[in-house]
Ligand binder design. Structure first.
Ligand code: CMC
Length: 436
């Protein structure tokens, strides 16, 4: 971190001594005020629920400029990565900081591919779930359970363990997600086939059956790969911060990633793509495009509790760059599958058009986020709505691991331990039961 010549001075209106706080400059983006000595020197904490103004770490991985609508992985614009690289190149970049050369690419691809199978015993663990369990409930369990199967990669303080856990998680996530899906639909699991691409292999594990040959459609394969790239990392969002906080206790990487999966499930985060498709389905049932106006009135009515899912973002106050790329992919996939007249897609276009022109959305800088389109693409590919967030988790796993490993390798890292403003009862005595 580069210290700035400027310092912040904190003064108090009650005459307590003021305090100088160091300021650090990032390579890009806002400076930060270092408050680490604040409590020691003043006996006061800062108060920032929801982390609206708090940088929880320093990081070299992902940069977002929310006002410009810019997303960089290790300095590379997402638009360039989406066009010139595949998901495994992106994983390499996020994990090691540079794009691979030809040799590194070959080695990394084959390392990942060698770990795609999961311990056969995982099947029996999976069988303990109800067939109608939500895939995210199953995935949280399966990912956490990896720590019970791969004992040689659970020491978070050992760089070799961290490295092998990273490869295993990236390699096995598609297998686990496909297994969770096959279990729900009562079909046999399809083992990975390692001469396929990462995305192609996942498609085959999802959609093939043992009865016939499965041919990977290259347009869909590319679309899926793009979904993976666009979701690979996104700075210190809720699930990534969860992984960092969980991992900061020294727990094993599989347990920390399972915590990330659990956090991602929520509808304000990764669950938004599922919620968005369900919302489109509900409007469709109400009467489709003709009812968009009525639905928008509900969204704008604060008492209704209705939100336009797939719109708005804590950081982006401009068009989410991932949404632009996903919109493009959406057109390609619907064209390839002959679904351009799909009513849900038309409805989504109409909602987007109205929202982009509406004062409510314009004033609040609410733009479509990546989930607005990724749900439509996934549905067109044949992925069931309840599995959308699991696909997001699959793709985000590399980001979680890269962030976790960055934190552990930082010599300044400490267990995360936020403080609080206590507003509950002061100390009091327990009364005997008869007097309460
Ligand atoms: N529909 C209607 N109003 C909205 C929406 C929306 N989708 N999003 C924000 N607002 C309003 C909100 O009511 C508030 O209005 P006011 O100032 O009058 O009180 C204003 O916009 C600011 O919103 P906020 O809730 O303070 O913003 P936030 O940063 O806390 O929330 C968000 C961000 C993503 C949770 C929220 O925009 C949202 O719930 N969106 C829908 C869910 C969604 O699509 N989530 C996916 C995020 S992208 C994928 C990911 O990274 O996980």
């Amino acid at each position: 971190m580069t210290p700035s010549d400027v310092k912040a001075t904190l003064s108090f209106s009650d005459g307590s001594p003021s305090m100088d706080l160091p300021i650090y400059k990032g390579t890009i983006g806002p400076d930060v005020i270092d408050i680490r000595k604040l409590y020691g020197q003043t006996g006061k904490f800062t108060y920032d629920p929801g982390f609206l103004s708090t940088a929880s770490c320093n990081s070299t991985i992902t940069y977002i400029d929310g006002d410009k609508g810019e997303l960089l992985y290790r300095g590379y614009p997402i638009e360039q990565l989406a066009v010139n690289c595949d998901y495994l190149d992106t994983c390499y970049l996020l994990l090691y900081g540079e794009l691979p050369n030809t040799e590194q690419r070959g080695t990394f691809h084959s390392r990942v591919i060698n770990h795609t199978m999961v311990n056969e015993q995982m099947q029996f663990f999976l069988r303990g779930f109800r067939r109608d369990a939500h895939p995210m409930a199953v995935l949280t369990g399966l990912v956490g359970a990896l720590s019970a199967f791969y004992h040689d990669s659970t020491d978070i303080n050992n760089p070799e363990h961290r490295e092998i856990a990273a490869i295993r998680l990236i390699a096995k996530m598609p297998t686990l997600v496909a297994m969770a899906y096959k279990y729900t639909v009562g079909q046999p699991y399809i083992y990975p086939k390692n001469d396929l691409s990462y995305a192609g292999n996942f498609m085959r594990m999802m959609f093939a059956t043992p009865c016939e040959e499965y041919k990977v459609n290259p347009v869909i394969e590319r679309a899926l790969d793009r979904i993976f790239i666009l979701h690979a990392d996104h700075e210190q969002n809720a699930s990534t911060s969860t992984v960092r906080l969980c991992g900061s206790s020294g727990t094993n990487p599989f347990a920390a990633i399972a915590a990330g999966v659990a956090c991602l499930w929520g509808p304000s985060h990764g669950g938004a793509n599922e919620a968005c498709l369900n919302m489109l389905g509900d409007i469709q049932k109400m009467g489709g495009v003709a009812k968009v106006g009525e639905f928008m009135s509900q969204v704008k009515d604060k008492n209704s509790g209705v939100k336009l899912m797939g719109f708005g973002h804590r950081v982006y106050k401009n068009y989410d760059p991932r949404a632009k790329l996903m919109r493009e992919t959406c057109h390609e996939v619907l064209g390839e599958l002959g679904l351009h007249n799909d009513p849900l897609f038309k409805l989504a276009m109409e909602l987007e058009k109205i929202a982009l022109e509406d004062d409510y959305f314009v004033a609040r800088k609410l733009y479509p986020n990546v989930d607005f389109y990724s749900g439509i693409v996934q549905r067109a590919i044949g992925i069931p709505v309840s599995l959308f967030t699991a696909i997001f988790a699959l793709a985000r796993t590399v980001g979680w691991i890269a962030q976790l490993n960055e934190m552990i390798a930082d010599p300044e890292y400490k267990i995360g331990r936020p403080r609080q403003l206590f507003v509950g009862a002061e100390k009091r005595d327990v009364k005997p039961l008869a007097e309460r």
